[in-house]
Ligand binder design. Structure first.
Ligand code: CP
Length: 335
């Protein structure tokens, strides 16, 4: 595997192989598999789980990691193209990426969306430009529009819990948040659930529709896998019979890049906080999922997050096993 950028690039068979490796490495540790290998980690955006799970996963396979982020005492990092560097930044990303990549056998890069131009973010222009700066195998640790490591872990979590694929009802619900957040997780999640063959409903208030190219990509995956994808603002209709309610907040697509417009639209939507009544018409075994970090009492109530429906800790732990599988197939002997 030369790149792990998008679950869609893998196809169902390769996802199956990755999940099988993740399960095997969880049950039977292989502490020498990546001995002598180094994973470079470049974080241009903040993290807890991604940072810790890649470091822990690589260590469990016998390899090593190093982390570079602008918060560290590195030279100020300039990312703008074509800039005259007469300010505080002393290093440009165009040199930094190939240098960092040259020290490792694979590189993970995280760079969130700029959220100025929706077409550029959907095309992942900035992230792809970073990847083009080196030839080292690349792992997408979250870009403007994708988070494949989260999606692979979420797929494994649903398999572990025997949540049905064919016939399984997956609701990706927008949730209130005081800030406009990126589209990466909702875009990756709707596609992942569709690729798994589930019947997917995107539940969101008007103005927070997912972009049409994202929905179309998910619809194509659903067609291939035997599932379906639709979008609604009707909470009662969406939640009936749900096997999973996956909460996430995201920017208004109607006011993308317009902070004031987005803020105005989300004002009054504070009741989009997942709470017990949301599960009344759902399947009795319905689970609550979220990628974390999550704002308690804003996105979800304490009683749901702390209750038996919540599988957020399993999702976070599966990040490590899912990524170990990716690392194994990218840098190890493969299977
Ligand atoms: N879910 C996720 O990617 O978490 P972090 O932002 O903490 O890495």
């Amino acid at each position: 595997m030369k790149q792990f950028y998008d679950l869609a690039d893998c196809g169902t068979e390769e996802v199956g192989r990755l999940l099988a490796t993740a399960r095997r490495l969880q049950a039977h540790p292989d502490p020498h598999a990546l001995e002598g290998k180094v994973l470079s980690l470049l974080f241009l955006s903040p993290s807890l789980r991604t940072l810790a799970s890649f470091q822990a996963g690589m260590a469990r396979l016998g390899g090593a990691t190093f982390v570079i982020s602008p918060d560290m005492s590195i030279h100020g990092l300039e990312t703008r193209p074509g800039i005259v560097m007469d300010g505080t930044a002393a290093e440009h990303i165009r040199e930094a990426v190939p240098v960092i990549a040259s020290y490792g056998d694979a590189i993970g890069i995280r760079a969130f969306a700029e959220r100025r131009d929706i077409d550029a973010d959907i095309a992942d222009t900035e992230y792809k430009g970073l990847g083009d700066l080196c030839e080292t195998p690349l792992i997408n640790m979250e870009s403007a529009i994708n988070h494949p490591c989260q999606s692979l872990a979420d797929w494994k979590t649903m398999d572990d819990l025997n949540i049905p694929a064919q016939g399984g009802k997956f609701v990706l619900s927008w949730a209130y948040h005081p800030k406009a957040l990126p589209l990466a997780v909702p875009s990756a999640t709707v596609h992942m659930a569709a690729m798994r063959g589930m019947d997917v409903t995107v539940l969101r208030p008007d103005g927070f529709e997912l972009p049409e190219p994202i929905m179309e990509k998910a619809r194509q995956a659903a067609t291939e896998a035997g599932g379906s994808v639709r979008e609604t603002s009707d909470r009662n209709e969406a939640l009936a019979g749900a096997h999973v309610i996956y909460a996430k907040s995201w920017s208004s697509t109607r006011h993308y890049g317009d902070r004031m417009g987005d803020q105005k639209l989300r004002t009054g939507l504070e009741d989009w906080c997942i709470d017990d009544p949301w599960f009344e018409s759902a399947d009795p075994e319905c689970r609550f999922m979220h990628c974390l970090p999550v704002r308690r009492g804003v996105v979800v109530s304490d009683r749901v997050l702390d209750g038996p429906r919540s599988v957020v800790i399993q999702e976070a732990q599966n990040r490590m096993y899912a990524q170990m599988a990716v690392l194994y197939h990218m840098m190890g002997s493969g299977e």
